[in-house]
Design a protein around this ligand. Structure first.
Ligand code: OAD
Length: 243
């Protein structure tokens, strides 16, 4: 292993694409098919909770039908075999990282398989459909459960912990994200400012491409296992070279 102590990884929808889950901004992606302002804001939920539940119920059903792929599994190998610290931050709301076996994982945009009570604040595992008729198992109130998802205009989860990890990391790896949604899009700059090496593994250059010192473009199931394997063997990478 090269001289890295603290590794921070950020993943986005691209890592789950080959498992069969749509990304957001690619051609045919989720925000091309649906209007995010009608589905992914607190105001949208206030206006039409049934429509928002319907959208997330469909996605909750969909994740039951998919499994983690080689890229998710490669990150588990890194966590298991790296002698230092590995922190995995995901923007994804699917459960594929934890299903693969990742442990030190932060879901900054929430989790599809959880519901939160807006009355008492309790968060519950929720694998089936959610509706306004459901009762919070903690407080017994009806009509206050919402998807445990960070919507546009809301503050992502775990931000203080994430900021601390970025400031102390010496290798930052961004995987399968377009780099178009903040604050996640700013993590590479924070890590680089703190002196970290920055690596992008993506299908194509992201919006923040120039923030990365090393880049490998291709499908996640190919480039992620290859890169992790080199990293675990202690290989030194030249910026921009093919693996
Ligand atoms: P995007 O859809 O914006 O970007 C997905 C990225 O994955 C693109 O850069 C693609 O090129 C890349 N990609 C596609 N297929 C790939 C593959 N097989 N292997 C590797 N890369 C591939 O998704 P995110 O960046 O995750 O937020 O989007 C960020 C946030 O915007 C999401 O968390 C979501 C969305 O609105 C919320 O829902 C709060």
């Amino acid at each position: 292993m090269a001289d890295y102590e603290n590794i921070v990884i950020l993943t986005g929808a691209g890592i789950s694409a080959e498992s069969g889950l749509d990304t957001f901004r690619d051609k045919g992606g989720i925000w091309e098919k649906y209007d995010l302002m009608e589905l992914a804001t607190p105001e949208a939920f206030g206006r039409n909770p049934d429509l928002v539940h319907e959208f997330y119920n469909a996605r909750r059903q969909q994740v039951k039908e998919v499994t983690a792929n080689k890229a998710h599994h490669a990150l588990v190998q890194l966590e298991r075999h790296h002698p230092g610290k590995v922190t995995l931050i995901t923007q994804n709301v699917d459960p594929l990282h934890e299903e693969a076996g990742s442990k030190n994982l932060l879901h900054m945009h929430g989790e599809l398989n959880k519901a939160r009570c807006t009355y008492c604040g309790a968060v519950h595992i929720w694998r089936d459909d959610l509706s306004q008729a459901d009762i919070c198992p903690s407080c017994g109130q009806t009509g206050n459960l919402r998807p445990h998802i960070v919507w546009f205009g809301e503050i992502p989860f775990h931000m203080p912990e994430i900021e601390d990890c970025l400031k102390e990391c010496d290798l930052f790896i961004s995987i399968g994200t377009s780099g178009s949604v903040y604050p996640a899009a700013g993590f590479a700059l924070t890590a680089r400012t703190a002196g970290a090496e920055t690596v992008e593994l993506n299908l194509e250059p992201s919006d923040g491409e120039n923030l990365f010192t090393t880049k490998h473009y291709g499908k996640a199931t190919k480039v992620v296992p290859e890169y992790i394997s080199i990293l675990l063997r202690g290989g030194i990478e030249e910026s921009g070279q093919d693996i």
